[in-house]
Design a binder for this molecule. Structure first.
Ligand code: UDP
Ligand code: MG
Length: 341
């Protein structure tokens, strides 16, 4: 009977349109916790991650958990290691994306297949300690919907990365009305309802820490010291980091667009002042020379204009991607012990 109803539910589920973001199958009993880990070229550290994460989940919820490892188009043996882990451990789920979609999309892919009542998101490189699950869960038990890790110290990261991250979070805070927590990444524990709200947001350019903050509900921090990367190299070189930073600003602030209007007003006032001065000096009988200052001010105004045209281009590109409505990710293969997608 149970088998029949599962089969029927599965058939009904198959008939549904399959948007990239969907709620997991309801006929299956959800585990208490789903841990979602995006992995990009993480072959060397996966076994340690799996072992520490399993131990941490077991300590908190017994066997009532699943670990979802998302391979984001890695160039190394990450996927074959994930397959081996799935084979040995029925609580591990493997998702192989069709190519590298980027951290935020890989995380979204994992969330879309997570069945847990609570969802724990963390990086594969052990910079976010899996053992923090217990204090994060405490916050949820206290009544929070989202408990997030707030970085106190960041070990093993360059001076440049620490400083730019510090300045960026503060700049973003000034630019946006959404209260995005300072010094927090995507390391958090969320209730099912908050994850469902996150998955219902169809935006293509995803800045998950901003989107999570935007949802609302009670969100509590847990302070921690960010460890050094366990093995391997960062998957966030400067270019990717800048793109994510831009996505955050464009997704959560229209102030850069309004700044152009303020600058235009300022330039107009300046131009009127200069015109008055030029007419006055002509009336008073001394010719005003100084082509250097003229060229200088033209260049200055030109640079401002180009900056805002560029900014406008970024917003339009984001709108364009949204209008294209392409799926956020494509799953090549999913491995789960019950075989149900
Ligand atoms: N990651 C990913 N796709 C990418 C880049 C990174 O799934 O294109 C994963 C990576 O494996 C890690 C997490 O995202 O689990 C954070 O990346 P990383 O540790 O390289 O970033 P950093 O901590 O250096 O900012
Ligand atoms: Mg890292």
């Amino acid at each position: 009977m149970a088998l029949l109803s599962t089969r029927r539910a599965r058939a009904a589920h198959r008939r549904l349109p399959r948007p990239a973001l969907r709620r997991p199958l309801r006929a299956v009993r959800p585990p208490r916790v789903s841990a979602v880990v995006p992995c990009y070229n993480e072959a060397d550290g996966l076994a340690t991650l799996h072992q520490r994460l399993s131990a941490s989940c077991q300590a908190v919820v017994g066997n009532d958990y699943e670990i979802i490892l998302v391979n984001d188009g890695s160039a190394d043996t990450t996927w074959s290691i994930i397959c081996a882990l799935c084979q040995d451990d029925p609580q591990t789920v493997g998702i192989d994306l069709s190519r590298n979609f980027g951290h935020q999309h890989a995380l979204t892919a994992g969330l879309s297949r997570a069945r847990g009542e609570l969802v724990f998101m963390l990086d594969a490189d052990l910079q976010d300690p899996p053992e923090l699950l217990s204090p994060l869960l405490e916050r949820i038990r206290d009544g929070a919907d989202i408990a997030y890790g707030r970085r106190r110290l960041r070990h093993g990261e360059s001076w440049f990365k620490k400083t730019t991250a510090f300045l960026y979070y503060r700049l973003l805070d000034r630019l946006t009305d959404t209260r995005i927590p300072l010094d927090a990444g995507d390391f958090r524990l969320m209730t099912r309802r908050s994850v469902d709200h996150l998955l219902a947001m169809p935006e293509h350019d995803r800045f998950m820490r901003g989107m999570t903050a935007w949802i609302g509900f009670r969100q509590d921090p847990v302070d921690y010291d960010r460890a050094e990367r366990n093995t391997g190299a960062t998957g966030y070189p400067l270019g990717k980091m800048l793109r994510l930073a831009m996505t955050g600003i464009i997704g959560f602030s229209d102030r850069p667009l309004r700044m152009a209007i303020h600058l235009a007003l300022f330039c107009a006032l300046l131009a009127v002042g200069i015109l008055c001065y030029a007419v006055g000096s002509w009336l008073l009988g001394y010719a005003h020379r100084g082509w250097l200052s003229t060229i200088g001010s033209i260049l200055f105004v030109g640079a401002g204009a180009f900056f805002f045209i560029g900014m406008l281009g970024q917003y339009i590109a984001q709108i364009h991607r949204q209008v294209q409505s392409r799926p956020l990710f494509i799953i090549r293969e999913l491995r789960r012990h019950d075989g149900i997608d």
